[in-house]
Design a protein around this ligand. Structure first.
Ligand code: NAD
Length: 374
């Protein structure tokens, strides 16, 4: 099988496979063709790919020769039109949001896999790009907040007086939230975190943060570690608690999500006005509507003296390590699609392959996408 690596469109700076991953895949008896310049913004020059044993080509050459095409994010409509039905598409293309794209893959009869549909199971952990990228987002969000805050994160006692540590409130203690807690604690802030899943309390506390509790949340052990929709009464009490804590916070990092749904609204306009001027809100969920009413996707705005940052692609701002992690996850997944002679193997009895497959021979394979698109 020939694997073709495409260059993602700007402003993306990551690349789906680095030369080290290419070398590994060549060891699995596949061949690789790399679009010229694919890794440049991730500090992986063409020469390194050649050294790893890959061939370089123009985009038309990659599209012409590859059996399987890989890139980081969703392709545009025009690019998909150039993909042939016998080729396999692999990227993180957010099928629950990009329904038009799913329909295009279906209509063209293309087999497509989306890396954000990897199940969150122990066996699939090494392929879980959502967790890898959320780790980066949680880390970068805190650094960004510290950069914008007109105050220290840690406590300082000096001859010029005592500076109190910053109060940081993290909403959502999943992968991004836990990483944000760890990073804010390392910078010396006082950290509080809230999540509807009380199961995360232990982890929050073990990272040195205080867990903000609201009793009576609905939890579902079958939801694969994800949150489920809450009752109206719980939402009202939750809101009152968040409002109180946000008003005291210098920094709020929003990471709450329920997969496939619009992000829950947790910080209203009124809450922003109650915050101290100079405070910072980072909203990681702006691509799905945002947790903060005043956040705008990929914009930094100042409202009522509060800086609100809606950055939906922090991993692209850390392209070197983000590509290293994304590439390793992709490489591990690709191994499931490669037989012992380096040929293509589509084993839909394998739960990871079946769940990650979005379209195949004109049908939708992933159950969640199937019910969302009906
Ligand atoms: P996750 O599912 O692991 O964590 C989300 C957490 O939010 C869960 O623990 C869930 O219980 C909690 N939650 C759900 N509803 C809530 C509510 N009403 N109140 C409080 N908590 C609630 O997700 P993740 O992988 O950590 O990603 C978090 C967010 O960050 C997502 O929106 C994701 O799309 C986004 N993300 C952003 C970037 C970026 O660069 N901006 C990168 C990666 C992920």
């Amino acid at each position: 099988m020939i694997i073709g690596l495409l260059k993602d469109a700007a402003p993306e700076q990551r690349v789906a496979l680095l030369p080290e991953h290419v070398k590994h895949l060549i060891g699995c008896k596949t061949q690789l063709i790399i679009e010229k310049g694919a890794g440049k913004l991730a500090f992986a020059d063409d020469a390194f790919y050649e050294e790893a044993g890959a061939q370089l080509g123009s985009r038309p050459e990659v599209l012409q020769k590859a059996d399987l095409l890989v890139q980081i994010s969703e392709p545009g409509e025009a690019l998909v039109r150039e993909v042939k039905p016998e080729q396999i598409w692999l990227s993180e293309y957010k099928p629950l949001w990009n329904k038009k794209l799913v329909k295009q893959f279906l209509t063209q009869g293309i087999t497509s896999f989306s890396m954000d549909s990897i199940p969150r199971t122990t066996r699939a952990q090494a392929m879980d790009v959502l967790s890898s990228m959320a780790t980066i987002a949680g880390y970068k969000a805190v650094l960004d907040a510290a950069n914008h805050l007109p105050a220290f994160f840690p406590m300082f006692m000096s001859a010029a007086g005592t500076i109190r540590p910053a109060n940081v409130l993290i909403l959502g203690a999943g992968v991004a939230g836990l990483q944000a807690i760890a990073t804010a604690r390392k910078l010396g802030a006082q950290v509080e975190a809230f999540d509807v899943r009380s199961a995360v309390k232990e982890e929050v506390v073990s990272l040195g943060a205080r867990f903000v509790e609201v009793e009576g949340s609905r939890e579902d052990a079958t939801a694969g570690g994800y949150a489920v929709e809450q009752t109206e009464d719980y939402k009202r009490r939750q809101q009152e608690t968040i409002n109180e804590h946000a008003a005291r916070a210098n920094v709020v990092i929003c990471t709450a999500q329920i997969p496939g749904r619009k992000a829950p609204l947790l910080i209203s306009k009124e809450v922003v006005t109650s915050m101290q001027p100079g405070s910072v809100i980072i909203d990681l969920a702006t691509s799905t509507g945002g947790n903060c009413e005043l956040a705008e996707d990929n914009q930094t705005v100042v409202k009522h003296g509060v800086t609100i940052i809606g950055q939906s692609n922090y991993p692209a701002l850390m392209p070197k390590d983000a590509s290293k992690m994304f590439g390793k996850n992709t490489c591990n997944f690709l191994e499931l699609l490669i037989d012992q002679d380096g040929g293509l193997k589509l084993d839909f009895d394998d739960e990871i392959v079946r769940t990650t497959c979005i379209t195949h021979q004109g049908s939708i394979y992933n159950e969640r996408v199937k019910s969302a698109i009906k």
